[in-house]
Design a protein. Sequence first.
Length: 183
Amino acid sequence: MGLELFFLTVSLSGITASQSKRIKLILGRLHAATKPEDMALPGLHLHRLKGKAKQRWSVRLSGNRRITFHSTALMPWTSITRITTDMAMTMHNPPHPGEVIRELCLEPLGLSVTEAAEGLGVSRKTLSAILNGRAGISPEMAIRLGKAFNTSAESWLNQQLQYDLWMAKKNSEAIKVRKLYAA
């Protein structure tokens, strides 16, 4: 129940406070993923379990602690312990993709912003804006990230979409529209 409650409300019930940031990044990434391999970021150490659990995958939370999930034929594919994410389910305050790139990709590889920007074929300023949440992931950047980290471009765009939609919903009261459908 702890992961599900955290996913939906960011409640720390059943979650250690020291792990909350990393759990948020992992669950945000998992919710955006289109295939298990999208979780194969350098800081996650993705691997398939063996034996009777061979349909399950695991990513590292810290030390020997893991978050396991399984994939199914239908998208979205994730089921984490007792939490199942679907398109109707919205993560409470999803992480900006820049946080994921910094914490789960660059830091584990020991890459500086300059080195990563060179590897991605973009300017340092462009990557820095993404890492600091001042810019989003464009389709072209999603392709670059997908190629660099062997993930799908769609997973990076899904993550950006989830973040953007969450931010827009926070201010939805200010959006004034007139209904344009028949009653």
